[in-house]
Design a protein around this ligand. Structure first.
Ligand code: PBE
Length: 267
């Protein structure tokens, strides 16, 4: 142990993710709210963030990352959120399903299935952890669909097959959305006969694609706070089918072996 401040120990760096993520904007806001002038938010990706966390954790070194729930990292490592007394990371929100206008007319069965799709953080965790352990996302999703037949059947009950019709699902390579998008793709293909293409993009293009109709649907809209900017920018140009998952959280995350407890402790 050393007497260096936590800031010195981590070189005043917070390990971020992709720049389009709402979490990055909220973290930039947190740096202002808590007056953390000499801190830097490092841009990267979800994969780079979890790789940095893994490396630091194994060496028992200090690290501060931008994190969110649901995420497999909380099962794999002993971690904690820093408390956020100023509320920079917002209040309760949900993950929503958002589709392009006109989808209900063009692909009614897909629209109905997407409207019914909802699951729990625990269910999502099964797929996410399998992927984190090295399974291919499409295989992890197929296994989950097989093991959860009753739930999946309710999503597609009485819906007509729409054989051969093509659909595009937009998503960002966030671990949670890799899991959900692969499950929805599997169900649309296996149970309703669609041919589904997954478009991996950044958050801005994901919303833009739904708004301009170049993508059909996404299950990756964190509302009302995290994607508020996108929501306002594309207002009236998409259809919000409501929450598909309840029980999210965002913030700064550190290994439990670090003694700090609050964002205020970074000052
Ligand atoms: N996330 C995961 C995203 C939404 C899903 C929290 C990293 C974001 O911050 O936009």
């Amino acid at each position: 142990a050393s007497d260096a401040s936590v800031g010195d120990q981590v070189k005043h760096e917070i390990i971020g993710i992709d720049p389009g993520a709402g979490l990055m904007k909220q973290t930039a806001q947190a740096l202002k709210d808590y007056d953390l002038k000499d801190w830097k938010l490092v841009e990267g990706s979800s994969a780079a963030m979890t790789a940095a966390l893994d490396k630091a954790y194994k060496a028992k070194k200090p690290i501060i990352v931008t994190g969110w729930t649901p995420h497999w990292m909380f099962a794999k490592y002993d971690l904690k959120y820093l408390s956020d007394p100023k509320g920079s990371y917002g209040q309760d929100e949900q993950i929503h399903t958002v589709v392009r206008t006109g989808l209900s007319k063009d692909a009614p069965s897909a629209y109905a299935m997407l409207d019914r799709f909802e699951w729990t953080p625990e269910e999502m965790a099964v797929v996410m952890s399998a992927v984190a352990d090295g399974k291919k996302p499409e295989e992890a999703a197929a296994a989950w669909v097989k093991d959860n037949a009753a739930k999946v059947d309710a999503w597609v009950k009485d819906l007509a097959q729409d054989n051969g019709k093509k659909l595009k699902l937009a998503y960002v390579a966030w671990d949670s959305e890799i899991a959900s998008t692969n499950v929805v793709k599997t169900v649309l293909e296996q149970k309703l006969g669609y041919t589904v293409e997954m478009l991996q993009v950044e958050a801005g293009p994901m919303w833009a694609g739904i708004a301009d109709g170049s993508a059909d649907a996404m299950v990756a809209a964190w509302l009302p706070t995290t994607h508020q900017d996108y929501l306002e920018k594309y207002k009236g140009k998409f259809e919000d089918l409501g929450p598909n998952l309840n029980g999210t959280k965002l913030g700064l995350v550190v290994p439990s072996y670090m003694t700090i407890a609050s964002i205020e402790d970074l000052k």
